[in-house]
Design a protein around this ligand. Structure first.
Ligand code: SF4
Ligand code: SF4
Length: 323
């Protein structure tokens, strides 16, 4: 299938950067995008993902570089000069300085309920196109994941045919076809777009050194948790859990602590004064590992899989409020 890259640098590369948090599915979405580019359009390029502990809400960088077949590949690792930027959490624009390194005329896709005008100010965008979409709500309401509405908008902006991408998504995640395609369609119908020519409001910001290639000068020591990069600001795992968190019955709980040993995000389990008191759905990923190990007592299991369809709740559980 013939395809022309929407933008390239001097070396012939189109740079795409996805900025997310562990558990958002940015890596999976970018891998699928890369596969489509290479297998359907005969592109070449590079792929790189940086991620760390999901438990700490670690920001995740996923970079995709596309180029035409035959282009000498001289770059590897993460990109810090995107033509296309996808922001999974608008609250991380400022702390991660996501506006730095953007090419003039870059396309920025942002998960937000704010207007493109306000997002432009946060990004300090020199020039380019802002596409704002309320991906969090779409993911909640369709019970897909945050990566799906954002992949829809990104592939559309890259001019990948929508129907082809939907076909690939269906093959990749056969158990969630309906939810994912509903999310895809709603995202494309729900964007707010504005294009800005250079008007002098913001100058081009040089790429951030900390987002450049990792080398001996800027590498973190093993095991170091960088407070800025590992912030939980703006994090909302209710999207990752798709509204399904275990049900907790305090009467049946012996506070044995076995659930703590398996929880993929111990912040999901609320403990007070040595006793298990509930689930915090801001942090629970809904993996149900704790349900599997919670022992059956005479009163039954304290943790169980929720009944019904597990629709997302926007409320924090009462136990979490009292934290
Ligand atoms: S494993 Fe079950 S019984 Fe044990 S502390 Fe956790 S919820 Fe309570
Ligand atoms: S389902 Fe249980 S084990 Fe999984 S994240 Fe939530 S609290 Fe932790």
């Amino acid at each position: 299938m013939s395809y022309k890259l929407a933008a390239t640098d001097d070396l012939g590369f189109c740079h795409i950067l996805l900025s997310a948090l562990g558990g958002d599915g940015a890596n999976m979405a970018a891998k699928l995008l890369f596969k489509i580019g290479c297998t359907e359009f005969g592109l070449d390029g590079g792929y790189d993902a940086r991620y760390g502990s999901e438990k700490k809400g670690t920001p995740t960088d996923v970079s995709v570089r596309f180029c035409a077949i035959g282009t000498a590949i001289r770059q590897s690792g993460p990109t810090n000069t995107p033509h296309f930027l996808v922001v999974f959490h608008a609250d991380l624009i400022v702390p991660l300085e996501l506006g730095r390194g953007l090419y003039p005329g870059a396309v920025c896709i942002v998960n937000t309920v704010e207007s493109p005008r306000r997002i432009r100010d946060r990004l300090r965008l020199h020039s380019g196109k802002l596409v704002c979409v309320d991906a969090t709500r779409i993911a909640f309401e369709t019970r897909s994941r945050l990566n799906m509405p954002l992949l829809a908008v990104l592939s559309h902006e890259l001019r990948f045919p929508d129907e082809l991408v939907k076909q690939k998504i269906s093959r990749q995640w056969p158990a969630a076809v309906e939810r994912n395609l509903a999310s895809f369609d709603r995202a494309l119908q729900g964007v707010q777009t504005e294009t800005y020519a250079f008007d002098g409001a913001y100058s081009l910001a040089r790429p951030s050194a900390t987002r450049g290639p990792i080398g001996w000068r800027n590498m973190l020591n093993g095991g170091t948790v960088d407070a800025l990069y590992h912030t939980t600001a703006g994090r909302d795992n209710r999207v990752a859990a798709r509204g399904r968190v275990p049900e907790f019955e305090p009467e049946s709980c012996t506070s044995c602590g076995i659930c703590l040993t398996v929880c993929s995000d111990p912040g999901g389990l609320l403990w007070k004064e040595g006793r298990m008191v509930g689930i915090d759905d801001r942090f629970c990923k809904g993996c149900m590992r704790c349900v599997e190990v919670c022992p059956e007592t005479k009163k039954g299991k304290a943790l169980t899989v929720p009944n019904g369809n597990g629709h997302a709740t926007a409320e924090i559980t009462p136990a979490a409020k009292g934290r």
